[in-house]
Design a protein around this ligand. Structure first.
Ligand code: G3P
Ligand code: MG
Length: 253
């Protein structure tokens, strides 16, 4: 059996501690830290002026007090958005986090990140990767960073920027992996696969583990329903509320 990687946690807080704070914000990362979570998953994409920010959607409507496409904002206008009040009034005044600000906070708190290169429709994967990745590599040691994406071009650009798999761990994100996932993982010198836990099958987990890759499962908030995934060999769960899993981790039975 493959030894467990000491730099991989059992739980990762999805978009920060998004069950208890507005997703992908500095507040959500602080909340994850306060709850004892060492790892967060965060989405990064670019504003219209090329500033990388921590944001999931193509638009700002769901998670702010305004409407419009994210790329229509520049740094100055994006900073006028209230990205906290939609979640709860006590987060009113929270501002969109630039990647630089977020990396600063992660370092201040000694935290680790699964940074997802989020390529929304019509956006350029290479420009996103070429902008965001060097910043992440500069700010964080390899042991505190996993870079993932649903977008193959983004991952290919990332591997071109850093060819050493020990210096940059890449995760392939899939709802369901295609038949040729193994060839893709080999070509990218990938570290992990990040799969939708609801579609996971035991056979697929075995294939992934036997091929030597780590398996992270998103986005699970039901620790009892998730139990078979641990039994099959999942390495980590990405959850909006990792505290729910405290008594259901493999090491604690
Ligand atoms: O990285 C796991 C998960 O975040 C992927 O889906 O849509 O929440 O970014 P999404
Ligand atoms: Mg994500």
């Amino acid at each position: 059996m493959m030894l467990r990687d000491s730099t991989l946690p059992y739980t990762v807080a999805h978009r920060g501690l998004s069950a208890h704070a507005p997703e992908n914000t500095l507040a959500a990362v602080r909340a994850a830290h306060r709850s004892g979570c060492q790892w967060v998953e965060l989405d990064v994409q670019l504003l219209g002026d090329g500033t990388p920010v921590i944001w999931h959607d193509a638009g700002v409507r769901r998670c702010s007090n305004r409407r419009g496409k994210l790329f229509k904002f520049d740094r100055e206008t994006a900073k006028t958005l209230d990205v906290g009040a939609w979640f709860h009034p006590r987060f009113a005044g929270e501002r969109i986090a630039t990647l630089a600000e977020m990396l600063g906070l992660l370092n201040e708190l000694g935290m680790s990140v699964n940074l997802e290169l989020k390529v929304n429709r019509g956006r350029d994967p290479k420009i996103l990767t070429d902008t965001a990745l060097p910043m992440a590599l500069e700010a964080l040691p390899a042991s505190r960073l996993i870079v993932s994406s649903f977008n193959r071009q983004a991952l290919e650009s990332a591997r071109r920027l850093e060819s050493d798999g020990r210096r940059l761990r890449l995760g392939l994100l899939y709802d369901q992996p295609p038949k040729e996932w193994r060839a893709i993982a080999e070509r990218l010198n990938a570290y992990s696969l990040h799969l939708d836990w609801r579609r996971l099958k035991e056979k697929r987990v075995q294939e992934i583990k036997q091929a030597g890759y780590r398996l992270l499962c998103y986005t699970a908030n039901d620790p009892i329903a998730f139990t078979p995934c641990w039994q099959w060999g999942a390495d980590a769960v990405i959850s909006d509320d990792p505290g729910l899993f405290t008594h259901y981790l493999p090491s604690t039975g």
